[in-house]
Design a protein around this ligand. Sequence first.
Ligand code: DGI
Ligand code: FE
Ligand code: FE
Ligand code: FE
Length: 189
Amino acid sequence: METEKICRYLQSMLSEKRYRHSLGVAEEGKRLAQYYGANPEKAYLAGLVHDCAKEIDFGQAAELLRKRYGITPDSISVQQPKLLHGPLGACVAQSEFEIYDPEILDAIRYHTTGKANMSLLAKIIYIADYIEPNREFDGVDQLRSTAYSDIDQAIIDGLDFTICDLIKKHFTIHPDTVHCRNDLLMARQ
Ligand code: DGI
Ligand code: FE
Ligand code: FE
Ligand code: FE
């Protein structure tokens, strides 16, 4: 499906704010891809659609994954259905936007938790989601600069930030989040 058509479709699925965020991740993803020598078109497309399932009713997401796409969500994601919008987004990207590139689908699937052995594209989408121009939080400028000097370190910093926040709220931490952080830390040594 052409990008323009995807944009119109996305606008019908997302709030204006979420749509703007998606355009931000697309642009930031493209910039990072150019900087690190990944495919900028793929990064733009992955960034554009990464949150396409974010506003699907949480109550419906698990059932949709099971019944429509034949995927059984893990128990942590069922209990914390926010975690389902990555996996569901990859399914929707394929069935609705005709995106079949496995690397793009994988980057969408794991953009919230990360995972061990991420591709460069998946790393780019993970961190672009964090630092795109519309994001504002304490430390975002530092994270932006780290993202353009050491992308693995930027992801570790992002994961640390997310995990600390989850712990403060007494939330569960998805194993993929832990595996992603361990994998990147082990690769440092
Ligand atoms: O969809 P976005 O808001 O753009 O960003 P995102 O897909 O990175 O989602 C961030 C949310 O996901 C944030 O509320 C924290 C939550 N999250 C990220 N990793 C984990 C997690 N929640 C749980 N329970 N466990 C995780 O490992
Ligand atoms: Fe998301
Ligand atoms: Fe994120
Ligand atoms: Fe996002």
